[in-house]
Write a new protein. Structure first.
Length: 761
């Protein structure tokens, strides 16, 4: 092969080069910065901070040193990044409201739950907490591998020999390239109990494991209200969302007054955040693109001002969290008061769980609870095995030295004679007493005082002790059962030493939902063709009395109840719902429905219906498909509505038709005047919406004109003939001519008219 051919083979396309560079960058971020390791639960920067502080002698009993000194040491020796990244990580490891079990004891201002930042690193001091020994205690016993630092001047550990699954104890949060992790904190005793159970029975089922470790234990306490089954499913797959709410007490005051005091908050929620939300509810701002406050804002404002008199943040040294809510009156129902606050503030919120971490194989992956504990248990056995072998090597080495000293003590006169008379005493001793070079060197360095009779007794005692230690260590290495027993003993000992009670209560509750009290009374909803809506008290109003803007006219009036909903059907098949009680009164022209919802760009509202949640409607499209659904199925709290009707290209929705209890058949009318009638039992009910089934077979370029559920009384066909409106009644034998099966073409109308719609008789 020529030189030119070699150069061609080594060339990279730009796409290939970019792909390789991006993957290298992604792996660097995933493994080098953002994700914790399943073995010790630490990200690289956290691991380096702990190791550097240990090397600086900053144990829990040492005098704290300036955080700047720690950051400088980490940057200079281990972590070639910005100082802010190191200090931010150090601060978080010292915050008892961020970590369930802080690893650093911080002196000075290390921030607050309300989002206040820590003081500059030149002002704060730090040292390790006693619990940090769970990560660092066995580091000098050959337990983990070391690697050169970024410039090769010092060695740093690739992992820390964690004595407990720290990845579950303190959790982690991070965003990598294409990956993110959100691991909650857990209780130490529960994690230890689950790990021990898995060691004893590696085939332990997920349900049994979850019974021992039921859920997160957040630093700030709170109450998990998700069900046990939901939590079990989340831990089974390693991903999900749980609902957490604050915990509170009701304090009785003088003269029957009372106040609600919140003393535990959900994770990620601060007292300042709750106060800001209360301010937004009681003093709302006009939203972007709106000219005034929305009905929802006005309603919430009125509701909050009716219930809440004052709110104070009394958090301080005596109470880390103390939010006081005073009701407007002592007669306000406590449950209603508390539920309202939970429903409209962060006192009840959702917390995501995403158990993504770097596994023992070095690959980042989402893991379930059993995978995490199993991999840590394997790591722990490896650590204890390496530690045991290291200690055995130390014991064997010491025995080797002691045996040489004992020989020298037993033959002291001869040893002294050899040393005095020999030019090279080391080889002579080795030859005379069959000693190793190490033993001979040790004998030559012994002081004369160590040759006393008492020292001989001490040597024999130490040999006896070391042989006992040797037997224990060899038993651990040779017998898996003994090794398992030792690992379990250490885990239980650490759990007893460092464990504490659970802070977060796990008790299933329903999500707080506030339902506004609405007077149930008869009303009439008036909707114009351009979508302006209003409501008038009572029924029986004449349609002619309603006035509309120029160019607008009546679409329909709906006699319903004030507790019902107005449904709107968009040209894109989305359905929108607005409570009738939120519609404006009949004075004036009303309000455009588009101001109460968020209409999807490029679409428009086509049809409307107001009625009870139990009303059953027939929904059809112009291309001949249809299905039935209840109003309750179409209801949505989202202002943007929800997708409900699946429309083919060019198809449009027809007006919803109420299916009355007396209706037994469905009439379908095509543009070409063909009428098909078939039983309602052939229609599918789709609670989640969809396309439905074929109602009537249409000719090419023909549309379905109208549908109408009918009873034995028949129907009216409305249309024009000779330029005049004409209505033709169909019932009995005249209607029977058009009966057939669903999806048939039907028969043409005998009456001469151009059909427009179907009407009830």
């Amino acid at each position: 092969m020529s030189l030119n051919d070699t150069l061609v083979d080594e060339r990279l396309t730009l796409a290939r080069y970019a792909e390789r560079a991006y993957l290298d960058y992604a792996v660097s971020v995933v493994k080098g910065r953002a994700l914790p390791d399943v073995c010790d639960g630490q990200k690289p920067v956290q691991r380096r901070i702990l190791f550097a502080m240990r090397e600086m002698g900053l144990s829990d009993s040492a005098k704290p040193r300036k955080s700047a000194a720690v950051v400088g040491d980490v940057l200079g020796k281990l972590h070639p990044h910005g100082d802010s990244s190191v200090y931010d990580a150090l601060v978080r490891m010292a915050q008892d409201f961020s970590l369930r079990y802080p690893l650093i004891d911080g002196q000075g201002n290390f921030g607050s739950r309300d989002g206040d930042g820590a003081a500059a690193m030149r002002y704060t001091e730090a040292r390790l907490t006693p619990l940090a020994q769970l990560l660092l205690a066995e580091l000098d016993e050959g337990t983990v591998a070391f690697q050169p630092n970024y410039d090769g001047t010092v060695q740093e550990p690739t992992l820390l020999p964690a004595r407990l699954p720290m990845v579950l104890l303190n959790g982690a949060s991070g965003i990598a390239v294409g990956l993110a992790t959100e691991i909650p904190a857990h209780n130490l005793r529960e994690v230890a109990r689950a790990a021990v159970a898995l060691i004893r029975d590696p085939k332990l089922s997920h349900e049994q494991l979850h019974a021992l470790l039921p859920g997160p234990d957040f630093p700030g306490g709170g109450q998990i209200i998700s069900s046990f089954d939901d939590l079990k499913d989340i831990y089974a797959v390693g991903r999900g969302s749980i609902k957490v709410r604050a915990r509170w007490t009701v304090e009785d005051l003088a003269r029957g007054q009372w106040q609600m005091v919140v003393n535990e908050l959900p994770p990620g929620t601060s007292g300042q955040k709750v106060l800001e939300e209360i301010e937004e509810l009681t003093n709302p701002k006009i939203r972007t693109g709106k000219k005034s406050l929305t009905p929802e804002q006005l309603q919430l404002k009125q509701q909050m001002l009716t219930l809440l008199d004052a709110v104070r943040d009394e958090s301080g040294k005596e109470a880390a969290v103390r939010l006081v809510f005073e009701p407007k009156s002592k007669n306000i129902d406590q449950n209603e008061f508390i539920t309202t606050l939970l429903a409209h503030t962060s006192l009840e919120s959702s917390t995501s769980i995403n158990l993504v971490m770097v596994g023992r194989d070095g690959r980042p992956r989402q893991k379930n609870l059993k995978d995490i504990l199993s991999e840590w248990v394997d790591f722990r056995f490896e650590v204890v095995t390496r530690r045991t072998q290291f200690r055995l090597d130390k014991v064997n080495d010491r025995l080797h030295i002691l045996e040489g000293r004992l020989i020298a003590f037993l033959h002291i006169d001869r040893v002294i004679k050899i040393i005095r008379e020999s030019d090279e005493p080391k080889p002579a001793l080795m030859q005379s007493f069959n000693l190793s070079e190490r033993q001979a060197e040790d004998i030559l360095e012994i002081r004369l005082r160590q040759l006393a009779r008492l020292e001989g007794i001490k040597i024999e005692q130490e040999i006896k002790e070391k042989r006992a230690d040797q037997a224990v260590l060899e038993e651990l290495l040779a017998n898996p059962a003994s090794m398992k027993k030792q690992v379990i003993k250490e885990i239980e000992s650490d759990a007893k030493l460092y464990g504490d009670e659970r802070r977060t209560l796990i008790q299933e509750e329903k999500k707080a939902v506030v339902e506004l009290k609405v007077t149930d009374e008869p009303v009439t909803v008036v909707v114009s063709q351009k979508g302006w809506c209003r409501v008038r008290q009572g029924h029986g109003h004449e349609s002619a009395q309603f006035q509309f803007k120029a160019g607008d006219a009546l679409y329909a009036t709906f006699e319903c109840r004030s507790v019902d909903s107005l449904m709107a059907l968009g040209s894109n098949g989305r359905v929108y719902s607005v409570p009738v009680n939120t519609l404006p009164g009949a004075r004036g022209d009303g309000q455009p429905l588009t101001s109460l919802i968020e209409l999807e760009a490029g679409s428009n509202l086509m049809h409307f219906y107001a009625g009870a949640a139990t009303d059953r409607l027939l929904l059809a499209s112009s291309n001949g498909y249809g299905f039935s659904a209840r109003v309750a199925d179409m209801h949505t709290r989202q202002r943007g509505g929800k997708s409900f009707m699946t429309l083919d290209d060019g198809a449009r929705p027809l007006a919803p038709a109420l299916i009355s209890p007396q209706a037994s058949a469905l009439a379908c009318l095509s543009e070409h005047g063909r009428l098909l009638v078939f039983g309602l039992d052939e229609i599918k009910a789709l609670a989640s919406g969809g396309r439905g089934v074929i109602l009537q077979e249409l000719e090419p370029q023909e549309n379905l004109l109208a549908v109408l559920p009918i009873s034995t009384q028949g129907l009216l066909v409305s249309g024009t003939h000779g330029g005049k409106e004409r209505v033709v009644p169909l019932s009995g034998s005249a209607l029977a001519l058009h009966f057939g099966k669903r999806a048939r073409k039907g028969k043409g109308l005998q009456a001469r008219l151009k059909p427009a719609r179907l009407l009830p008789p």
